[in-house]
Design a protein around this ligand. Structure first.
Ligand SMILES: [Fe+2]
Length: 205
């Protein structure tokens, strides 16, 4: 089985994040899909050759998490970007839960932005721990260091430089984070939360 590029997730018409920025970022996502498929095939071939205990196999195994998470997190990321979607109503389940856990919705937003401003390449992710019903902001380094097993990504923000270097300079992350906040597909994000809270696996694409 091979993974496919989920073309319907490609955003357009965003405010403050240009079409060229998205186009170049999308090419990187396509690379993660290709590399995930390539690694799947390479690992299978090595096993068939009886090389499952080789240093090469171990090296490719370690690379697997980078490419796989790179593919998956970009699908969450592009899937939660859309222009012109209003913030959830104050009575919505997600907004109510965020306000209860962070003091206010704005306090959560501020912490999510600060999470994304962490001095590292990686991702800011609002997770739901479906077992405990807890929402929490996490920072994931690279693509694979910091993902929490069993937690469900509700909102995913890429803060690698490649996510904003076309539009901004290397010091432009704060402006990018502001632009990201203006283009959140709250309908998709709320649906992820509602599904995960109800014990369903949210659709990633
Ligand atoms: Fe990215």
């Amino acid at each position: 089985m091979a993974y496919e590029v989920k073309v319907h997730l490609k955003p357009s018409g965003l405010k403050g994040i240009s079409e060229n920025q998205i186009a170049q970022h999308w090419k990187l996502y396509e690379g993660y899909v290709a590399n995930t498929n390539g690694l799947l095939a390479e690992l299978e071939a090595l096993r068939k050759e009886g090389k499952g205990a080789s240093p090469l196999y171990a090296d490719r195994r370690r690379r697997f998490g980078f490419e796989y998470n790179g593919m998956v997190l970009h699908e969450y990321y592009f899937g939660n970007l859309k222009a012109g979607v209003a913030e959830p109503a104050g009575t919505s389940a997600l907004k109510t839960a965020l306000a209860a856990q962070f003091g206010s919705f704005d306090a959560w937003k501020d912490d999510f932005a600060k999470t994304g401003a962490s001095r590292s390449i990686g991702w800011a992710i609002l997770y739901l721990d479906p077992a405990a019903g807890v929402l929490a902001n996490h920072f994931v380094q690279l693509h694979e260091e910091g993902n929490v097993a069993g937690f469900v990504p509700i909102l995913v923000m890429d803060v690698w430089e490649h996510a904003y270097m076309v539009d901004q300079t290397a010091t432009g992350r704060p402006d990018y984070i502001k632009a990201f906040a203006e283009n959140i597909n709250w309908d998709a994000v709320s649906q992820r939360y509602d599904d995960a809270s109800a014990g369903k696996i949210p659709a990633r694409f």
